[in-house]
Design a protein around this ligand. Structure first.
Ligand SMILES: Cc1cc2nc3c(=O)[nH]c(=O)nc-3n(C[C@H](O)[C@H](O)[C@H](O)COP(=O)(O)OP(=O)(O)OC[C@H]3O[C@@H](n4cnc5c(N)ncnc54)[C@H](O)[C@@H]3O)c2cc1C
Length: 485
């Protein structure tokens, strides 16, 4: 029976990113996807700086960047089109080394993820392969799937299996874990259009129409692509809503029929849910298989990519050393509260758009002297897991430092790194992944502001531990030695 290091079920953006992250480390990987090809129409249209940094790690940004635009932000307007809340996304490079927010077309991303994977010899991709059964054993996982073309049932083994198989995950049902519904369930129509030519009077940013009669969203997507979404009331007839007549009538305030081609029209049920268990032995859930959220913040796919960024290096560590149950358990504990905060914030945003919200979307809302309100993006810390809770830096993002065009990130894409200030003169074991800052003024200033002499940073760019004084360096690096060598 053929055996792999990792089997990934599902080749959406979560599975594709995970396969790339693991392929960087040279493991044998099999991706099983039941569809013949990737889904050709866009769902996700937005992602953020943290995610672009992951794309940079896997080496797709050069090509992919051409297919993106920088997102200017979101305005919330009332039924008279008065701005009631602004969510600007300033055109400034963030701590992650990228702009805060981008717009893209999902098939372009999926194409780049696939293209990159082709460069790895030990990555196997099987489309038209429907996973039927997953059995967790002590030292490996058994996977039974059907080759849809030949109708053959095949049986393989893997050291780990990650279910990136979306909302109706077979992995989740095989793990016998439940989705907890967090309370937001609403049907929305999603209409994607391609303008025949540029139309200057259409907004250049996202508009959330907080209108109780017809809550709606407008998205300024890449190139000539534009999207409108609107809520459907319980008593409305779906067929009527999806008729061309109804849609073009809805679009009248913005667009005439002759001005654009309708790429697709569909109905989604926006949901908010979290799977109870994300791990069973050597089986894991990631992406929509583990959590669902309405798309008001454009964070569903981002959350899946954060999951696999967290999980990939932990699995890699186990494959390079030995199975470490304690380390792998931190995957859910660190990711769960982070994604929950995104889901809850998105739900409050959904209520605001539905004009029924009673509580503010975030605590990050301020008003200027004229009473104009604006909100800032959230950046939740990781939940409890690795590192000490009392360490205030633990679980926060470590900024990207580019020095003489070299990017410090590449030094810790595969294993954690100990970053210390230039003041540290003693030597450490050569086996330790270690970076002493000699000339990067920005990094010196960053460490000084934090009042620390060093930090241990994980491959997913989060801080594991901060080191207050030079004496602590040896002690703390010894404590975390297994992750640093
Ligand atoms: C209208 C809309 C707008 C959105 N906008 C955004 C946005 O702007 N930004 C954002 O971050 N997110 C957004 N999202 C959410 C985002 O689209 C999803 O979170 C994301 O696509 C989930 O990716 P995934 O890889 O986890 O799952 P999926 O993309 O669902 O992929 C799962 C894959 O698993 C395969 N599979 C399932 N069962 C099996 C099986 N038994 N065997 C083999 N393969 C199997 C499926 O065929 C599928 O290809 C939006 C969603 C919607 C609906």
């Amino acid at each position: 029976m053929k055996k792999y290091d990792v089997v990934i079920v599902g080749f959406g953006p979560t599975g594709g990113t995970l396969a790339n992250l693991l392929a960087l480390q040279g493991f044998s990987i099999l991706v099983l996807e039941k569809e013949k090809s990737f889904y050709p129409l866009p769902r996700a249209v937005h992602f953020d700086d943290e995610i672009m940094r992951v794309f940079e790690t896997i080496g797709i940004t050069n090509n992919f960047l051409k297919h993106t635009i920088i997102n200017k932000g979101t305005k919330f307007v009332d039924k008279k089109n008065r701005v009631i809340l602004d969510w600007p996304r300033p055109r400034e490079i963030t701590e992650n080394g990228w702009y805060p927010s981008y717009r893209f077309n999902q098939p372009d991303l999926e194409r780049e993820l696939r293209k990159k994977l082709k460069s790895y010899k030990k990555v196997e991709i099987r489309q038209s392969s429907n996973v039927k059964k997953i059995i967790n054993k002590k030292n490996d996982v058994n996977i039974i799937f059907e080759d849809i073309n030949s109708k053959k049932i095949l049986n393989i083994k893997s050291k780990y299996l990650i279910g990136c198989d979306g909302a109706n995950s077979i992995t989740r049902s095989q793990m016998k874990t439940k989705m907890n519904n967090l309370g937001f369930t609403q049907k929305w129509a999603v209409i994607d259009l391609i303008l025949n030519k540029d139309k200057k009077n259409l907004p250049d940013r996202t508009i959330q129409y907080s209108n109780p009669t017809r809550p709606a969203t407008y998205c300024r997507n890449v190139g000539k692509r534009r999207r409108w979404e609107f809520a459907i009331k319980k008593n409305e007839n779906i067929e009527t809503i999806l008729s061309d007549k109804y849609i073009w009538n809805f679009l009248k305030p913005w667009l005439k029929k002759k001005e654009a081609q309708m790429e697709r029209k569909t109905i989604y049920t926006f949901q908010s849910a979290l799977a109870k268990n994300w791990k069973k032995g050597r089986i894991f859930l990631a992406g929509d298989a583990a959590h669902l959220m309405p798309p008001f913040m454009g964070q569903g796919m981002c959350a899946g990519i954060r999951d696999v960024s967290n999980l990939a290096w932990k699995i890699s560590h186990c494959l390079n050393n030995k199975h470490d149950e304690k380390l792998l358990k931190t995957y859910q504990s660190e990711r769960f509260s982070n994604v929950k905060e995104y889901i809850e914030t998105t739900m409050r945003m959904g209520e605001f758009v539905n004009a029924i919200g009673k509580s503010p979307i975030t605590n990050n809302i301020s008003a200027d002297s004229k009473g104009r309100k604006s909100m800032k993006s959230i950046k939740p810390k990781l939940g409890r897991g690795l590192g000490e809770v009392k360490d205030k830096m633990r679980g926060k993002i470590f900024p990207q430092f580019k020095n003489n065009k070299k990017n410090l990130d590449v030094r810790f894409s595969k294993k954690s790194i100990l970053v210390v200030s230039g003041k540290f003169k003693k030597t450490l074991s050569k086996k330790i992944n270690f970076y002493k800052n000699k000339s990067d003024k920005k990094l010196s200033k960053y460490l000084q502001n934090l009042k620390v002499e060093g930090l241990i940073v994980r491959p997913d760019r989060f801080v594991l531990a901060s080191i207050k004084n030079l004496k602590e360096i040896k002690l703390i690096s010894k404590k975390n030695l297994k992750l640093l060598i």
